[in-house]
Design a protein around this ligand. Structure first.
Ligand code: SAM
Length: 236
Protein backbone atom coordinates (compact mmCIF):
# COMPACT_ATOMS: atom_id res chain seq x y z
CA UNK A 1 0.00 0.00 0.00
CA UNK A 2 2.88 2.35 0.76
CA UNK A 3 3.64 3.21 -2.85
CA UNK A 4 0.10 3.81 -4.13
CA UNK A 5 0.44 6.31 -6.95
CA UNK A 6 -2.28 8.96 -6.96
CA UNK A 7 -1.79 11.41 -9.80
CA UNK A 8 -5.08 13.24 -10.18
CA UNK A 9 -6.24 13.99 -6.63
CA UNK A 10 -5.57 17.72 -6.81
CA UNK A 11 -5.33 17.94 -10.59
CA UNK A 12 -7.67 20.92 -11.14
CA UNK A 13 -10.37 19.53 -8.83
CA UNK A 14 -12.20 21.25 -5.94
CA UNK A 15 -9.28 20.06 -3.80
CA UNK A 16 -6.97 22.50 -5.54
CA UNK A 17 -9.52 25.31 -5.98
CA UNK A 18 -8.75 28.70 -4.45
CA UNK A 19 -11.95 28.54 -2.34
CA UNK A 20 -11.07 25.15 -0.88
CA UNK A 21 -7.48 26.10 -0.09
CA UNK A 22 -8.51 29.42 1.44
CA UNK A 23 -11.11 27.73 3.66
CA UNK A 24 -8.72 24.94 4.61
CA UNK A 25 -5.87 27.28 5.56
CA UNK A 26 -8.25 29.53 7.48
CA UNK A 27 -9.21 26.45 9.51
CA UNK A 28 -5.54 25.59 10.08
CA UNK A 29 -4.60 29.10 11.19
CA UNK A 30 -7.57 29.23 13.54
CA UNK A 31 -6.24 26.15 15.29
CA UNK A 32 -2.50 26.88 15.43
CA UNK A 33 -0.55 30.11 15.90
CA UNK A 34 1.94 30.51 13.06
CA UNK A 35 3.99 33.47 11.82
CA UNK A 36 6.63 34.34 9.24
CA UNK A 37 9.29 32.41 11.18
CA UNK A 38 7.28 29.18 11.28
CA UNK A 39 8.71 26.00 9.81
CA UNK A 40 6.12 23.84 8.09
CA UNK A 41 6.20 20.32 6.67
CA UNK A 42 3.47 18.64 4.60
CA UNK A 43 3.76 14.85 4.33
CA UNK A 44 2.10 13.66 1.10
CA UNK A 45 1.74 17.22 -0.20
CA UNK A 46 0.58 16.35 -3.74
CA UNK A 47 0.99 19.50 -5.86
CA UNK A 48 1.71 21.54 -2.73
CA UNK A 49 -1.00 24.16 -3.27
CA UNK A 50 -2.01 24.24 0.40
CA UNK A 51 1.59 24.86 1.45
CA UNK A 52 2.11 27.45 -1.29
CA UNK A 53 -0.92 29.39 -0.13
CA UNK A 54 0.27 29.18 3.50
CA UNK A 55 3.63 30.58 2.41
CA UNK A 56 1.96 33.61 0.78
CA UNK A 57 -0.44 34.15 3.70
CA UNK A 58 2.24 34.01 6.40
CA UNK A 59 5.06 35.53 4.28
CA UNK A 60 7.29 32.72 5.47
CA UNK A 61 11.00 33.50 5.71
CA UNK A 62 11.78 29.89 4.88
CA UNK A 63 9.86 28.06 2.15
CA UNK A 64 7.65 25.32 3.62
CA UNK A 65 8.76 21.74 2.89
CA UNK A 66 6.50 19.36 1.00
CA UNK A 67 7.32 15.70 0.51
CA UNK A 68 5.62 13.17 -1.74
CA UNK A 69 6.45 10.01 -3.66
CA UNK A 70 5.09 11.65 -6.83
CA UNK A 71 6.92 14.65 -8.29
CA UNK A 72 4.28 16.58 -10.26
CA UNK A 73 5.49 18.89 -13.04
CA UNK A 74 2.88 21.50 -12.11
CA UNK A 75 3.60 21.62 -8.39
CA UNK A 76 3.53 24.92 -6.49
CA UNK A 77 6.70 27.01 -6.86
CA UNK A 78 6.39 28.55 -3.41
CA UNK A 79 7.45 25.34 -1.65
CA UNK A 80 10.65 23.38 -1.16
CA UNK A 81 9.75 19.95 -2.55
CA UNK A 82 11.45 16.65 -1.90
CA UNK A 83 10.48 13.43 -3.66
CA UNK A 84 10.82 10.91 -0.86
CA UNK A 85 8.81 8.26 0.94
CA UNK A 86 7.39 9.52 4.24
CA UNK A 87 8.99 6.59 6.06
CA UNK A 88 12.48 7.70 4.92
CA UNK A 89 12.22 11.47 5.34
CA UNK A 90 13.10 11.73 9.02
CA UNK A 91 16.31 9.77 8.60
CA UNK A 92 17.68 12.70 6.52
CA UNK A 93 15.86 15.60 8.19
CA UNK A 94 17.64 17.91 10.62
CA UNK A 95 14.93 20.54 11.09
CA UNK A 96 12.31 21.04 13.81
CA UNK A 97 8.85 21.94 12.53
CA UNK A 98 6.10 24.11 14.04
CA UNK A 99 3.47 22.38 11.94
CA UNK A 100 3.53 18.93 10.40
CA UNK A 101 0.54 18.43 8.14
CA UNK A 102 -0.56 14.95 7.09
CA UNK A 103 -3.67 15.49 4.98
CA UNK A 104 -5.54 12.56 3.45
CA UNK A 105 -2.33 10.54 3.24
CA UNK A 106 -2.16 8.52 6.46
CA UNK A 107 -4.54 5.83 5.10
CA UNK A 108 -2.01 5.05 2.37
CA UNK A 109 0.49 3.75 4.92
CA UNK A 110 0.44 0.50 6.87
CA UNK A 111 -0.12 0.48 10.63
CA UNK A 112 3.56 -0.03 11.46
CA UNK A 113 4.57 2.85 9.18
CA UNK A 114 1.93 5.13 10.73
CA UNK A 115 3.15 4.41 14.28
CA UNK A 116 6.74 5.07 13.28
CA UNK A 117 5.91 8.17 11.26
CA UNK A 118 3.94 9.75 14.11
CA UNK A 119 6.66 8.95 16.64
CA UNK A 120 9.31 10.53 14.40
CA UNK A 121 7.05 13.48 13.58
CA UNK A 122 6.61 14.14 17.32
CA UNK A 123 10.39 14.06 17.78
CA UNK A 124 10.86 16.54 14.96
CA UNK A 125 8.48 19.17 16.32
CA UNK A 126 9.53 22.48 17.88
CA UNK A 127 8.42 22.91 21.54
CA UNK A 128 5.04 24.39 20.55
CA UNK A 129 4.81 22.43 17.32
CA UNK A 130 1.79 20.34 16.39
CA UNK A 131 0.92 17.53 14.01
CA UNK A 132 -2.37 17.96 12.12
CA UNK A 133 -3.78 14.75 10.64
CA UNK A 134 -6.75 15.01 8.30
CA UNK A 135 -8.71 12.02 7.10
CA UNK A 136 -12.16 11.44 5.58
CA UNK A 137 -15.00 11.60 8.08
CA UNK A 138 -15.85 7.95 8.64
CA UNK A 139 -19.46 8.48 9.68
CA UNK A 140 -21.22 11.07 7.59
CA UNK A 141 -19.49 10.65 4.32
CA UNK A 142 -21.20 12.20 1.29
CA UNK A 143 -18.67 11.47 -1.48
CA UNK A 144 -20.68 10.68 -4.65
CA UNK A 145 -20.10 7.04 -5.53
CA UNK A 146 -21.24 4.21 -7.75
CA UNK A 147 -21.95 0.76 -6.28
CA UNK A 148 -18.48 -0.79 -6.48
CA UNK A 149 -16.85 2.50 -5.44
CA UNK A 150 -19.15 2.67 -2.41
CA UNK A 151 -18.13 -0.84 -1.42
CA UNK A 152 -14.43 0.04 -1.74
CA UNK A 153 -15.02 3.26 0.20
CA UNK A 154 -16.77 1.39 3.01
CA UNK A 155 -13.87 -1.07 3.29
CA UNK A 156 -11.41 1.81 3.28
CA UNK A 157 -13.37 3.75 5.92
CA UNK A 158 -13.50 0.65 8.12
CA UNK A 159 -9.71 0.53 7.99
CA UNK A 160 -9.57 4.31 8.64
CA UNK A 161 -11.59 3.73 11.78
CA UNK A 162 -8.91 1.33 13.00
CA UNK A 163 -6.22 3.90 12.21
CA UNK A 164 -8.13 6.58 14.11
CA UNK A 165 -8.55 4.27 17.11
CA UNK A 166 -4.86 3.41 17.05
CA UNK A 167 -3.93 7.11 17.05
CA UNK A 168 -6.45 7.70 19.86
CA UNK A 169 -4.75 5.02 21.95
CA UNK A 170 -1.22 6.22 21.19
CA UNK A 171 -2.04 9.89 21.74
CA UNK A 172 -4.96 10.12 24.17
CA UNK A 173 -4.38 13.90 24.54
CA UNK A 174 -5.15 14.52 20.89
CA UNK A 175 -7.70 17.18 19.99
CA UNK A 176 -10.42 16.24 17.53
CA UNK A 177 -11.98 18.75 15.11
CA UNK A 178 -14.03 18.63 11.96
CA UNK A 179 -13.54 20.39 8.65
CA UNK A 180 -16.01 20.47 5.80
CA UNK A 181 -16.25 22.07 2.39
CA UNK A 182 -19.43 22.52 0.36
CA UNK A 183 -18.64 21.09 -3.06
CA UNK A 184 -20.62 22.26 -6.08
CA UNK A 185 -19.43 20.46 -9.16
CA UNK A 186 -20.89 19.89 -12.62
CA UNK A 187 -21.46 16.21 -13.24
CA UNK A 188 -19.25 16.11 -16.36
CA UNK A 189 -16.30 17.34 -14.30
CA UNK A 190 -16.93 14.78 -11.57
CA UNK A 191 -17.21 12.03 -14.18
CA UNK A 192 -13.81 13.12 -15.43
CA UNK A 193 -12.38 12.88 -11.89
CA UNK A 194 -13.68 9.31 -11.64
CA UNK A 195 -12.20 8.52 -15.06
CA UNK A 196 -8.87 9.91 -13.79
CA UNK A 197 -9.15 7.70 -10.67
CA UNK A 198 -8.79 10.69 -8.34
CA UNK A 199 -9.23 8.63 -5.15
CA UNK A 200 -7.04 5.75 -3.99
CA UNK A 201 -10.09 3.42 -3.81
CA UNK A 202 -10.42 3.75 -7.61
CA UNK A 203 -6.83 2.83 -8.43
CA UNK A 204 -7.41 -0.93 -8.38
CA UNK A 205 -10.51 -0.86 -10.63
CA UNK A 206 -10.37 -2.08 -14.24
CA UNK A 207 -11.33 0.12 -17.20
CA UNK A 208 -14.56 -1.87 -17.50
CA UNK A 209 -15.46 -1.31 -13.86
CA UNK A 210 -14.75 2.42 -14.21
CA UNK A 211 -16.85 2.65 -17.41
CA UNK A 212 -19.75 0.94 -15.66
CA UNK A 213 -19.34 3.30 -12.72
CA UNK A 214 -19.44 6.34 -15.02
CA UNK A 215 -22.78 5.19 -16.42
CA UNK A 216 -24.13 4.65 -12.90
CA UNK A 217 -23.04 8.13 -11.74
CA UNK A 218 -24.49 9.68 -14.90
CA UNK A 219 -27.89 8.10 -14.15
CA UNK A 220 -27.80 8.70 -10.40
CA UNK A 221 -26.98 12.45 -10.36
CA UNK A 222 -28.42 15.56 -12.01
CA UNK A 223 -26.36 18.06 -14.01
CA UNK A 224 -24.92 19.63 -10.86
CA UNK A 225 -23.66 17.62 -7.91
CA UNK A 226 -23.68 19.22 -4.45
CA UNK A 227 -22.28 17.57 -1.35
CA UNK A 228 -20.17 18.21 1.75
CA UNK A 229 -16.58 17.00 1.68
CA UNK A 230 -16.11 16.17 5.37
CA UNK A 231 -12.84 15.56 7.15
CA UNK A 232 -11.83 14.63 10.67
CA UNK A 233 -8.84 16.53 12.04
CA UNK A 234 -6.67 15.13 14.82
CA UNK A 235 -4.20 17.50 16.44
CA UNK A 236 -1.27 15.88 18.27
C1 SAM B 1 -5.00 11.78 -1.42
S1 SAM B 1 -3.53 12.58 -1.80
C2 SAM B 1 -3.53 13.98 -0.73
C3 SAM B 1 -2.67 15.12 -1.23
C4 SAM B 1 -2.67 16.37 -0.36
N1 SAM B 1 -2.21 16.11 0.98
C5 SAM B 1 -4.05 16.97 -0.31
O1 SAM B 1 -4.80 16.71 0.63
O2 SAM B 1 -4.42 17.70 -1.25
C6 SAM B 1 -2.31 11.52 -1.04
C7 SAM B 1 -0.88 11.91 -1.38
O3 SAM B 1 0.02 11.12 -0.59
C8 SAM B 1 1.11 10.72 -1.40
N2 SAM B 1 1.74 9.53 -0.78
C9 SAM B 1 1.26 8.26 -0.76
N3 SAM B 1 2.09 7.44 -0.09
C10 SAM B 1 3.13 8.22 0.34
C11 SAM B 1 4.32 7.97 1.08
N4 SAM B 1 4.60 6.75 1.53
N5 SAM B 1 5.16 9.00 1.33
C12 SAM B 1 4.88 10.26 0.88
N6 SAM B 1 3.76 10.56 0.18
C13 SAM B 1 2.91 9.56 -0.09
C14 SAM B 1 0.47 10.49 -2.75
O4 SAM B 1 1.41 10.48 -3.79
C15 SAM B 1 -0.51 11.65 -2.83
O5 SAM B 1 0.05 12.79 -3.39
Amino acid sequence: MASTVIKNWDNRTWLSSQNYIEKFNKFLLKNIKLNSNSKILDIGCGRGKILGNLNSKLKLKKKPTGIDIVDHKDKDKRIFFKKINASKFFSINKEKFDLILIKQTIHLLNFKEIKRLLKLSKKNLSPKGRIFIFTLDINNNQIPTFKLMKLKLMISLRRDKKIINMIKKLYPQRIKKKFFFKVKIVKTKYLNMIKNKYMSILLGLSNREISKGLIEIDLKYKKNINFDDKLICMIL
